[in-house]
Design a protein around this ligand. Structure first.
Ligand SMILES: C[S@@+](CC[C@H](N)C(=O)[O-])C[C@H]1O[C@@H](n2cnc3c(N)ncnc32)[C@H](O)[C@@H]1O
Length: 324
Protein backbone atom coordinates (compact mmCIF):
# COMPACT_ATOMS: atom_id res chain seq x y z
CA UNK A 1 0.00 0.00 0.00
CA UNK A 2 1.47 3.45 -0.93
CA UNK A 3 2.22 5.97 1.84
CA UNK A 4 -0.73 7.47 3.64
CA UNK A 5 -3.37 5.21 2.20
CA UNK A 6 -5.38 2.57 3.96
CA UNK A 7 -8.42 0.34 3.58
CA UNK A 8 -9.71 1.62 6.91
CA UNK A 9 -10.28 4.80 8.88
CA UNK A 10 -11.06 4.92 12.57
CA UNK A 11 -12.98 7.50 14.56
CA UNK A 12 -12.56 8.39 18.24
CA UNK A 13 -15.79 9.51 19.87
CA UNK A 14 -17.50 9.90 23.22
CA UNK A 15 -18.39 6.45 24.59
CA UNK A 16 -22.14 6.08 23.99
CA UNK A 17 -22.05 8.08 20.73
CA UNK A 18 -20.99 5.18 18.47
CA UNK A 19 -24.51 4.58 17.13
CA UNK A 20 -25.08 8.29 16.40
CA UNK A 21 -21.66 8.45 14.72
CA UNK A 22 -22.53 5.58 12.38
CA UNK A 23 -25.98 7.05 11.64
CA UNK A 24 -24.42 10.44 10.90
CA UNK A 25 -21.88 8.88 8.49
CA UNK A 26 -24.71 6.98 6.78
CA UNK A 27 -26.84 10.14 6.41
CA UNK A 28 -23.85 11.90 4.86
CA UNK A 29 -23.86 9.22 2.12
CA UNK A 30 -20.08 8.84 2.34
CA UNK A 31 -20.21 5.20 1.27
CA UNK A 32 -18.43 4.28 4.50
CA UNK A 33 -19.39 0.98 6.16
CA UNK A 34 -18.77 0.57 9.87
CA UNK A 35 -16.77 -2.42 11.01
CA UNK A 36 -14.89 -3.24 14.20
CA UNK A 37 -16.04 -1.19 17.17
CA UNK A 38 -15.20 -0.69 20.84
CA UNK A 39 -16.36 1.96 23.34
CA UNK A 40 -15.31 5.33 21.89
CA UNK A 41 -13.75 3.72 18.79
CA UNK A 42 -15.33 2.85 15.41
CA UNK A 43 -13.63 1.67 12.21
CA UNK A 44 -14.99 2.25 8.70
CA UNK A 45 -14.28 0.69 5.31
CA UNK A 46 -15.35 1.83 1.83
CA UNK A 47 -15.20 0.53 -1.75
CA UNK A 48 -12.20 2.77 -2.55
CA UNK A 49 -9.00 3.07 -0.58
CA UNK A 50 -8.81 5.95 1.96
CA UNK A 51 -6.21 8.72 1.81
CA UNK A 52 -5.58 11.67 4.16
CA UNK A 53 -8.04 13.67 2.00
CA UNK A 54 -10.79 11.21 2.93
CA UNK A 55 -10.55 12.66 6.45
CA UNK A 56 -11.69 16.11 5.27
CA UNK A 57 -15.32 15.07 5.87
CA UNK A 58 -16.86 16.74 8.91
CA UNK A 59 -18.45 14.19 11.21
CA UNK A 60 -19.79 15.89 14.33
CA UNK A 61 -19.66 12.76 16.51
CA UNK A 62 -16.02 12.06 15.64
CA UNK A 63 -13.58 13.96 17.86
CA UNK A 64 -10.72 12.57 15.78
CA UNK A 65 -10.68 10.77 12.42
CA UNK A 66 -7.55 8.83 11.46
CA UNK A 67 -6.36 6.79 8.54
CA UNK A 68 -5.89 3.43 10.22
CA UNK A 69 -2.44 1.84 10.08
CA UNK A 70 -3.67 -1.17 12.01
CA UNK A 71 -3.85 -2.90 15.33
CA UNK A 72 -0.92 -4.06 17.46
CA UNK A 73 -0.55 -5.81 20.80
CA UNK A 74 1.96 -3.36 22.30
CA UNK A 75 2.28 0.41 22.46
CA UNK A 76 5.85 0.25 21.09
CA UNK A 77 4.72 -1.58 17.93
CA UNK A 78 1.95 0.99 17.36
CA UNK A 79 4.42 3.86 17.92
CA UNK A 80 6.80 2.30 15.37
CA UNK A 81 4.03 2.48 12.74
CA UNK A 82 3.84 6.29 13.09
CA UNK A 83 7.42 6.90 14.22
CA UNK A 84 8.28 9.50 11.56
CA UNK A 85 5.56 11.87 12.84
CA UNK A 86 4.72 13.78 16.00
CA UNK A 87 2.77 11.26 18.09
CA UNK A 88 -0.43 11.84 20.06
CA UNK A 89 -1.61 9.27 22.59
CA UNK A 90 -5.21 8.40 23.40
CA UNK A 91 -6.72 5.79 25.67
CA UNK A 92 -10.04 4.38 26.75
CA UNK A 93 -9.83 4.91 30.50
CA UNK A 94 -12.39 5.44 33.28
CA UNK A 95 -15.19 5.03 30.71
CA UNK A 96 -13.88 7.94 28.64
CA UNK A 97 -11.94 8.23 25.39
CA UNK A 98 -9.17 10.45 26.70
CA UNK A 99 -6.31 12.33 25.17
CA UNK A 100 -3.04 11.89 27.04
CA UNK A 101 -1.67 15.27 28.08
CA UNK A 102 1.88 16.28 27.31
CA UNK A 103 1.97 15.47 23.60
CA UNK A 104 3.02 18.42 21.42
CA UNK A 105 0.65 20.80 19.65
CA UNK A 106 0.69 20.53 15.84
CA UNK A 107 1.05 23.16 13.14
CA UNK A 108 -1.63 23.47 10.46
CA UNK A 109 -0.77 21.00 7.65
CA UNK A 110 1.38 18.78 9.89
CA UNK A 111 0.73 15.02 9.81
CA UNK A 112 0.17 13.59 13.28
CA UNK A 113 0.35 9.99 14.38
CA UNK A 114 -2.16 8.80 16.97
CA UNK A 115 -1.63 5.73 19.14
CA UNK A 116 -4.86 4.57 20.79
CA UNK A 117 -4.83 2.22 23.76
CA UNK A 118 -8.07 0.26 23.96
CA UNK A 119 -6.86 -2.40 26.41
CA UNK A 120 -3.61 -3.85 27.87
CA UNK A 121 -2.85 -5.70 24.63
CA UNK A 122 -4.85 -3.70 22.09
CA UNK A 123 -3.32 -0.64 20.44
CA UNK A 124 -4.18 1.08 17.17
CA UNK A 125 -2.07 3.47 15.11
CA UNK A 126 -3.49 6.13 12.81
CA UNK A 127 -2.62 9.31 10.94
CA UNK A 128 -4.38 12.61 10.31
CA UNK A 129 -3.38 16.05 9.07
CA UNK A 130 -3.92 19.04 11.38
CA UNK A 131 -6.24 21.69 9.96
CA UNK A 132 -8.06 24.82 11.19
CA UNK A 133 -11.04 24.08 13.47
CA UNK A 134 -9.68 20.58 14.25
CA UNK A 135 -8.65 20.07 17.84
CA UNK A 136 -4.86 20.35 18.26
CA UNK A 137 -5.14 18.01 21.28
CA UNK A 138 -4.78 14.21 21.39
CA UNK A 139 -8.17 12.53 20.77
CA UNK A 140 -9.78 15.99 20.50
CA UNK A 141 -9.63 16.31 24.28
CA UNK A 142 -7.81 19.23 25.87
CA UNK A 143 -8.01 17.70 29.35
CA UNK A 144 -9.13 21.00 30.85
CA UNK A 145 -10.66 20.69 34.32
CA UNK A 146 -13.49 22.73 35.83
CA UNK A 147 -12.64 26.01 37.55
CA UNK A 148 -13.39 25.66 41.26
CA UNK A 149 -15.31 28.97 41.36
CA UNK A 150 -17.58 28.27 38.38
CA UNK A 151 -21.28 28.10 39.22
CA UNK A 152 -21.96 25.58 36.40
CA UNK A 153 -20.40 23.03 34.00
CA UNK A 154 -21.05 25.49 31.18
CA UNK A 155 -17.63 27.03 32.02
CA UNK A 156 -16.03 23.75 30.96
CA UNK A 157 -18.04 23.54 27.72
CA UNK A 158 -17.06 27.06 26.70
CA UNK A 159 -13.38 26.52 27.53
CA UNK A 160 -13.28 23.16 25.70
CA UNK A 161 -14.96 24.66 22.61
CA UNK A 162 -12.45 27.55 22.57
CA UNK A 163 -9.58 25.02 22.72
CA UNK A 164 -11.07 22.57 20.20
CA UNK A 165 -11.76 25.23 17.53
CA UNK A 166 -8.79 27.39 18.57
CA UNK A 167 -11.01 30.48 18.80
CA UNK A 168 -9.50 33.90 19.27
CA UNK A 169 -11.19 36.75 21.10
CA UNK A 170 -10.04 40.28 21.80
CA UNK A 171 -10.97 42.65 24.61
CA UNK A 172 -13.03 44.58 22.05
CA UNK A 173 -15.40 41.62 21.64
CA UNK A 174 -18.85 41.79 23.17
CA UNK A 175 -20.70 38.49 23.50
CA UNK A 176 -24.45 38.15 23.85
CA UNK A 177 -25.28 34.87 25.57
CA UNK A 178 -28.85 33.52 25.65
CA UNK A 179 -29.48 31.28 28.66
CA UNK A 180 -26.66 32.78 30.75
CA UNK A 181 -27.75 31.82 34.30
CA UNK A 182 -26.18 30.92 36.68
CA UNK A 183 -23.07 32.15 34.86
CA UNK A 184 -20.36 29.58 34.05
CA UNK A 185 -19.91 30.86 30.49
CA UNK A 186 -20.12 34.49 31.66
CA UNK A 187 -17.39 33.80 34.23
CA UNK A 188 -15.14 32.16 31.61
CA UNK A 189 -15.60 35.09 29.22
CA UNK A 190 -15.00 37.71 31.93
CA UNK A 191 -11.84 35.83 32.95
CA UNK A 192 -10.75 36.16 29.32
CA UNK A 193 -11.39 39.93 29.45
CA UNK A 194 -14.52 39.76 27.26
CA UNK A 195 -17.65 41.78 28.07
CA UNK A 196 -20.98 39.95 28.07
CA UNK A 197 -24.66 40.75 27.69
CA UNK A 198 -26.45 37.80 29.27
CA UNK A 199 -30.11 37.12 28.49
CA UNK A 200 -31.99 34.91 30.94
CA UNK A 201 -34.93 35.42 33.30
CA UNK A 202 -33.13 33.34 35.95
CA UNK A 203 -30.80 34.64 38.69
CA UNK A 204 -27.03 34.91 38.25
CA UNK A 205 -24.49 33.53 40.73
CA UNK A 206 -22.66 35.90 43.12
CA UNK A 207 -19.31 35.25 41.43
CA UNK A 208 -20.21 37.29 38.32
CA UNK A 209 -22.05 40.08 40.13
CA UNK A 210 -18.94 42.14 40.88
CA UNK A 211 -18.56 42.90 37.16
CA UNK A 212 -22.25 43.64 36.64
CA UNK A 213 -23.38 46.98 35.20
CA UNK A 214 -26.96 48.16 35.64
CA UNK A 215 -27.43 50.05 32.38
CA UNK A 216 -26.34 48.78 28.94
CA UNK A 217 -26.54 52.30 27.51
CA UNK A 218 -23.96 53.50 30.02
CA UNK A 219 -21.43 50.67 29.71
CA UNK A 220 -18.09 51.89 31.12
CA UNK A 221 -14.99 52.13 28.96
CA UNK A 222 -13.09 49.91 31.41
CA UNK A 223 -13.78 46.31 30.45
CA UNK A 224 -14.80 43.59 30.96
CA UNK A 225 -18.34 44.20 32.18
CA UNK A 226 -21.47 42.06 32.42
CA UNK A 227 -24.99 43.28 31.72
CA UNK A 228 -27.86 40.99 32.75
CA UNK A 229 -30.89 41.38 30.50
CA UNK A 230 -33.26 39.52 32.79
CA UNK A 231 -35.92 38.41 30.31
CA UNK A 232 -36.72 35.51 27.98
CA UNK A 233 -34.71 35.74 24.75
CA UNK A 234 -37.82 36.49 22.66
CA UNK A 235 -38.34 39.76 24.61
CA UNK A 236 -34.77 41.08 24.25
CA UNK A 237 -34.57 44.12 21.99
CA UNK A 238 -32.04 46.09 19.99
CA UNK A 239 -31.85 48.55 22.88
CA UNK A 240 -30.72 45.74 25.24
CA UNK A 241 -27.91 44.86 22.81
CA UNK A 242 -26.64 48.38 22.08
CA UNK A 243 -23.74 48.72 19.64
CA UNK A 244 -20.74 46.53 18.98
CA UNK A 245 -21.93 42.97 19.73
CA UNK A 246 -19.51 40.64 17.91
CA UNK A 247 -20.46 37.13 19.11
CA UNK A 248 -23.77 35.33 19.59
CA UNK A 249 -23.73 32.45 22.08
CA UNK A 250 -26.57 30.33 23.37
CA UNK A 251 -26.80 27.72 26.09
CA UNK A 252 -30.61 27.80 26.42
CA UNK A 253 -32.24 24.48 27.09
CA UNK A 254 -34.45 24.87 24.01
CA UNK A 255 -34.76 22.95 20.74
CA UNK A 256 -32.30 23.68 17.89
CA UNK A 257 -35.19 25.28 15.94
CA UNK A 258 -35.97 27.79 18.74
CA UNK A 259 -32.29 28.63 19.27
CA UNK A 260 -31.62 29.16 15.55
CA UNK A 261 -34.73 31.32 15.19
CA UNK A 262 -33.42 33.55 18.01
CA UNK A 263 -29.96 33.51 16.45
CA UNK A 264 -31.40 34.89 13.18
CA UNK A 265 -33.34 37.58 15.09
CA UNK A 266 -30.27 38.64 17.10
CA UNK A 267 -28.09 38.68 13.96
CA UNK A 268 -30.64 40.99 12.31
CA UNK A 269 -30.62 43.27 15.41
CA UNK A 270 -26.79 43.24 15.61
CA UNK A 271 -25.24 42.85 12.12
CA UNK A 272 -21.78 43.29 13.72
CA UNK A 273 -22.03 39.67 14.99
CA UNK A 274 -19.08 37.82 13.39
CA UNK A 275 -19.27 34.51 15.22
CA UNK A 276 -21.84 32.14 16.67
CA UNK A 277 -21.22 29.46 19.29
CA UNK A 278 -24.24 27.46 20.37
CA UNK A 279 -24.49 24.51 22.74
CA UNK A 280 -27.22 22.45 21.09
CA UNK A 281 -29.06 20.19 23.50
CA UNK A 282 -30.65 17.22 21.78
CA UNK A 283 -33.34 15.01 23.29
CA UNK A 284 -31.86 12.08 21.34
CA UNK A 285 -28.26 12.16 20.19
CA UNK A 286 -29.32 10.61 16.85
CA UNK A 287 -30.99 13.99 16.01
CA UNK A 288 -27.49 14.95 14.87
CA UNK A 289 -28.55 13.51 11.50
CA UNK A 290 -30.70 16.71 11.11
CA UNK A 291 -27.57 18.85 10.98
CA UNK A 292 -28.05 20.03 7.37
CA UNK A 293 -31.19 21.95 8.44
CA UNK A 294 -29.16 23.85 11.05
CA UNK A 295 -26.34 24.54 8.58
CA UNK A 296 -28.82 25.88 5.99
CA UNK A 297 -30.30 28.24 8.60
CA UNK A 298 -26.81 29.57 9.49
CA UNK A 299 -25.79 29.95 5.84
CA UNK A 300 -28.98 31.97 5.33
CA UNK A 301 -27.69 34.37 8.03
CA UNK A 302 -24.48 34.92 6.04
CA UNK A 303 -22.11 32.56 7.89
CA UNK A 304 -19.56 30.79 5.70
CA UNK A 305 -17.58 28.52 8.01
CA UNK A 306 -19.82 26.18 9.95
CA UNK A 307 -18.83 23.30 12.24
CA UNK A 308 -20.86 20.97 14.42
CA UNK A 309 -18.83 19.07 16.97
CA UNK A 310 -19.39 16.85 19.94
CA UNK A 311 -16.79 17.69 22.57
CA UNK A 312 -15.25 15.43 25.20
CA UNK A 313 -17.19 17.29 27.92
CA UNK A 314 -20.58 16.81 26.20
CA UNK A 315 -23.27 14.20 26.76
CA UNK A 316 -26.30 14.71 24.45
CA UNK A 317 -24.92 18.06 23.36
CA UNK A 318 -22.99 19.51 20.44
CA UNK A 319 -21.09 22.73 19.89
CA UNK A 320 -22.35 24.53 16.76
CA UNK A 321 -19.87 27.12 15.50
CA UNK A 322 -20.47 29.57 12.67
CA UNK A 323 -18.15 32.31 11.49
CA UNK A 324 -18.28 34.93 8.78
C1 LIG B 1 -28.04 25.07 31.01
S1 LIG B 1 -28.63 26.54 31.69
C2 LIG B 1 -27.44 27.68 31.16
C3 LIG B 1 -26.13 27.65 31.88
C4 LIG B 1 -25.36 28.93 31.68
N1 LIG B 1 -25.02 29.19 30.29
C5 LIG B 1 -24.11 29.01 32.48
O1 LIG B 1 -23.08 29.36 31.91
O2 LIG B 1 -24.14 28.77 33.68
C6 LIG B 1 -29.96 26.93 30.65
C7 LIG B 1 -30.56 28.31 30.91
O3 LIG B 1 -31.39 28.62 29.79
C8 LIG B 1 -32.36 29.51 30.28
N2 LIG B 1 -33.43 29.62 29.27
C9 LIG B 1 -34.28 28.66 28.84
N3 LIG B 1 -35.12 29.20 27.93
C10 LIG B 1 -34.81 30.50 27.80
C11 LIG B 1 -35.31 31.55 27.01
N4 LIG B 1 -36.33 31.39 26.18
N5 LIG B 1 -34.73 32.77 27.11
C12 LIG B 1 -33.66 32.96 27.93
N6 LIG B 1 -33.15 31.98 28.71
C13 LIG B 1 -33.72 30.78 28.64
C14 LIG B 1 -32.79 28.90 31.61
O4 LIG B 1 -33.39 29.88 32.42
C15 LIG B 1 -31.46 28.39 32.16
O5 LIG B 1 -30.89 29.32 33.05
Amino acid sequence: MPDHQSDYVFALCNPGSEKALKLEAEMMALGWRSGYQRRGFVTFKADAVFSLHSLDVKIACARRLCLSLGKTSTREEAERLVAEHKIHHARYFERKMQGVAGDGQPEVGEIIGTVVELGPTEFWAGLHRHAPFLSPHPAGDSGIVMAADSPSRAWLKLEEAVRFFDLEFTEKDIVVELGCAPGGVVLALLQRGISVIGVDPAKMAEVVLTSTIQNRQEAPSNRPWFYHCRKPAALASKRDLGQGVTWFMSDMNQSPEVVLKECARFKAMAPSIRGVLITLKLTEIEQVADKQTWFTALRGMGFKTIRLQQLSVHHKEFALLAMK
